[in-house]
Structures are given as C-alpha cells and as structure tokens.
Write a protein that binds this ligand. Structure first.
Ligand SMILES: CC(C)(COP(=O)(O)OP(=O)(O)OC[C@H]1O[C@@H](n2cnc3c(N)ncnc32)[C@H](O)[C@@H]1OP(=O)(O)O)[C@@H](O)C(=O)NCCC(=O)NCCS
Length: 205
C-alpha cells in the first residue's frame, strides 16, 4: 500500500481558503474568514492543521476530497493560551477521513504544544450529543467540570465544560507518551505516514 504523507503544521495565510472549506465540511461554517484571520493575527492563538500530501510519482487524485501533491487539508485544531490555560476552541477532521486516528493526532499535538508552552491545564466546550468528541477527549483524561446552559444557539443545546488538569505531571506525560507510541501504527493501518518532523513541538507565542 502506498502511504499518504501527513504534515502537521501551523495555520498560515496561504491555507486560509482550505481551512474555511474544511470548517464548512466539519462544522457547517463555524468561523468566518475574518475569524480565521483573527486567529492568524492573535499571539494567544495556537492553530495547527493536518495536510495530506500524495507522494511524488503517484497518479494525481481525481476528486476534490483526495490528497494531491500540493496537499489536502484534512484536520484543524486550535487552542488559545490564556495565562496557564489552553482553551481548545476548535477541533475537526475531514468527514471522509474520520475514525482513522487523525483527531487523536491533532489533540495529541495541541496538548503536547500546550505542555511545551508550560501551560497547566486544558479546557473546552462540547455538545453532550457529540459522542465521538466526548470519547476522544476522555481518552486524554478530560473530565466534565460543568455546563453552560443553552450555549449552542442553533439547537439550544447546553455545552459540557470539559477540563484536563495536571498537564505538567508525570502522569499526563505518560498519557502523551502512550498516545505517541500507538499513533504511527494506527495511522499506517489507514494508509497514513507521519512526516519526520511531526513530533517537533510548535512553539506557542
Ligand atoms: C470529533 C472528531 C474530531 C474526532 O476525530 P476522528 O479523527 O474521527 O477521531 P479518531 O479516529 O482519532 O478517534 C479517536 C477516538 O475518538 C473516539 N471516537 C472517534 N470517532 C468515534 C465515533 N464515531 N463514535 C465513538 N467514538 C469515537 C474514540 O474514542 C476513538 O478512539 P478509538 O478509535 O481508539 O476507540 C471528528 O469526529 C470530527 O471532526 N467531528 C466533527 C467536528 C466536531 O464535532 N469536533 C469536535 C467539537 S468539540
């Protein structure tokens, strides 16, 4: 099987269009172009994307949802760094490539970078009905810490507030190490190959 290269990198202005397209596919349009531009401009925002690149020599993909030589954005994730907190604001994987380990890879990378930036805890809001996301966050030790009533305007749904403390503890470093060890094999099963520099932390500004 030929493996598709996965590049994990910060969002750049050149990727804005692709990020907007992916946002539409994952969330039906959560953030506007201005919203993404604000993330690029903000020194508190730590925004990572996953770019899938077809290896040289392969036939060029023939659908808009297939990786190409110049790359297809298949995942995005962001946290805001607020004092000692990493507030995860967005996490999404291209619908065609969900349940293959990409969400786990992105969350791993966000939390790794939060640790690297000396942050102490992570938090986020999630819909109680979003079982896939809840299961993913629980794998990393996120626990329910409260609710925001009628937080989601489209459905009037509450938000669950999830919390993961002790990012700098040996226990949490163990969670990350365990995840790091399993990720490569899991992704390879679905035809993904991580780029050599995938586990180099991106510095929070
Ligand atoms: C939530 C989301 C990011 C998960 O990404 P993903 O790439 O599909 O998830 P992964 O394949 O990495 O799975 C990681 C873990 O998440 C959980 N999970 C993923 N998909 C699941 C599903 N359909 N049902 C139940 N659990 C699921 C599992 O615990 C899984 O681990 P396992 O496969 O070892 O059991 C993705 O489904 C998504 O983009 N959803 C739409 C946007 C969204 O809701 N984002 C979250 C907002 S808070």
């Amino acid at each position: 099987m030929t493996l598709t290269l996965l590049q994990l990198q910060p969002l750049t202005p050149a990727l804005l269009d692709a990020a907007l397209e992916l946002d539409q596919l994952c969330f039906g349009g959560l953030w506007t172009r201005d919203g993404y531009q604000r993330e690029l401009d903000s020194s508190s925002s730590h925004f990572l994307v996953l770019n899938a690149v077809e290896p040289a020599g392969e036939a060029e993909a023939d659908t808009s949802s297939s990786p190409t030589k110049s790359g297809l954005l298949v995942g995005l994730g962001c946290f805001w760094s607020i004092l000692e907190e990493a507030h995860i604001t967005i996490l999404g994987v291209h619908p065609q490539y969900q349940s293959q380990g990409l969400g786990q890879l992105l969350l791993y990378a966000l939390l790794r970078d939060a640790c690297h930036g000396k942050l102490e805890w992570a938090t986020l809001e999630v819909r109680p009905s979003n079982q896939a996301a809840l299961a993913l966050y629980r794998k990393f030790g996120f626990k329910e810490a409260g609710r925001r009533r009628r937080y989601y305007k489209d459905t009037d749904e509450d938000a669950l507030i999830l919390w993961c403390s002790g990012l700098q503890t040996p226990e949490f470093q163990g969670v990350l190490a365990n995840c790091r060890q399993l990720l490569g094999d899991r992704l390879a099963l679905y035809g993904w190959q991580l780029s050599e520099d995938w586990d180099v932390p991106h510095v929070t500004s």
